[in-house]
Design a protein around this ligand. Sequence first.
Ligand SMILES: [Zn+2]
Length: 50
Amino acid sequence: MSQQKWCNCCEQLKPVTEFSLNRRDGYQTYCKDCNRAYRQTGRFPFVSPR
Ligand SMILES: [Zn+2]
């Protein structure tokens, strides 16, 4: 079984393996997909349907 974590960027529940480790509180707030998009475009993708 795997833990899941809420991504504040794409607003989805994803397995923690989709998040980079963060020394301070364990995992980053944004998932790897969002961080990758941020690195490429300079902004976070907000793909929330709302
Ligand atoms: Zn995300």
